[in-house]
Design a protein around this ligand. Structure first.
Ligand SMILES: NC(=O)CC[C@H](N)C(=O)O
Length: 368
């Protein structure tokens, strides 16, 4: 068994609160916005989800690492988080299909983290005080020096991050039998969104975040998929422009998370930063059209302003969050465009919301 050395590590919060623990991953220092995820499984999907780019993820589930890592469980081709904060970090793993340990995976990816933290106390703290930046260090013990470094960590509000995670080059994915062509605007797309489209007979072409609408039109798509992605939706202006043109030309469109926020922004409806985002696998959402509820996977720190929707009669609210009544889904009246704030592509699950991909296929069929 490989021996692992751990050293003391510090987590310093923007409000001055200090937690001490042990290092995990690479020895070093890393900063970002602290956010917590309540999922009990799916840590590799979380760490590789581009929407977490630049963030320090706090896992509320107590054991992380115990089932190792495997290449089939990634949402993108690299680890996207800036750091991990957890309670028990397992250097050993037990699962037949695992290809390696989370520790080795993080070391290779250069990810710095901290474990043996009282994550319940930390989450209660952030929950009450609101999302804030933090810094983890396993090589600097001087709090004043860490404070100076923490001051350099940018605030998530106003930050454009799609450019950091989007593909540089267009690429395709195809099913055995092509029924539809879907142009994907990549603001940080998750692999499972593409898989869900391909499984339903869509040939997808993934375009960089700043591709003009006319450029995507040249490929002659049947519809557009606007992906999830990190950063402040209000700062993701190129994509807002593209969505405006998709709507102008009455093209079918489905947006997930950031893609949903783009549909709101394109209609002049603002988004704002939440006191704390929604992140986990167990968020109840009500579909106002069917009257049924669904348990959803979520990962967002911004949300569409419910009050502003009231002034836009052409936009209809289709889904609401049953915990806090925030907007979870919208659709356009008289245009083939809809979006949700949560994740129907979610892996490991839950899978209650995969019907939304079928709804998109139906929209493509109607508008063919
Ligand atoms: N998963 C996402 O697409 C997140 C969208 C946006 N960055 C937010 O935090 O709200």
């Amino acid at each position: 068994m490989k021996k692992h050395t751990t050293s003391e590590a510090i987590l310093l919060l923007k409000d001055g609160t200090v937690f001490t623990g042990k290092s995990l991953g690479r020895i070093g220092t890393t900063g970002g916005e602290l956010c917590f995820n309540t999922g009990m499984t799916g840590y590799q999907e979380i760490f590789t989800d581009p929407s977490y780019y630049g963030q320090l993820v706090v896992t509320t589930f107590s054991h992380i690492g115990n089932y190792g890592v495997q290449s089939a469980e990634v949402e993108s081709n690299k680890v996207q988080i800036n750091g991990l904060v957890c309670k028990e970090f397992s250097h050993h793993f037990s699962r037949k299909t695992a290809e390696g340990s989370l520790q080795d995976y993080f070391e290779k990816a250069g990810i710095v983290g901290i474990c043996e933290i009282d994550t319940r106390a930390l989450v209660r703290h952030i929950r009450d005080k609101g999302a804030m930046n933090g810094i983890i260090s396993s090589d600097i013990a001087d709090i004043d020096e860490l404070k100076r470094k923490l001051d350099e960590v940018p605030s998530m509000a106003g930050l454009e991050l799609a450019s950091k995670v989007s593909t540089q080059e267009e690429y395709d994915m195809q099913p055995a039998e092509i029924k539809y062509r879907v142009a994907v605007l990549d603001l940080g797309v998750k692999r499972n969104s593409l898989i869900n489209l391909v499984q339903r007979g869509c040939a997808v072409k993934v375009f960089p975040y700043n591709t003009p609408f006319e450029e995507m039109e040249k490929w002659n798509p049947d519809g557009y998929f606007i992906s999830n992605g990190p950063g402040d939706p209000a700062a993701t202006t190129m994509a807002i422009e593209s969505v405006k043109q998709i709507l102008d030309k009455n093209r079918p469109m489905f947006g997930i998370c950031m893609g949903h926020q783009m549909l709101a922004q394109a209609n002049g409806i603002a988004t704002y930063k939440m006191h704390n985002g929604h992140r986990g696998l167990n968020h109840p959402v009500k579909n106002l059209i069917t009257g049924f509820s669904e348990i959803t996977s979520q990962n967002h720190g911004f949300v569409v302003d419910a009050d502003q929707i009231k002034n836009h009669p052409e936009v209809e609210v289709t889904h609401v969050n049953l915990n806090d009544n925030t907007i979870e889904g919208i659709r356009m009246k008289g245009k083939p465009a809809f979006s949700v704030q949560y994740h129907p592509e979610s892996s490991p699950g839950p899978h209650d919301s995969t019907y939304l991909f079928d709804d998109f296929i139906a929209l493509l069929e109607q508008n063919k």
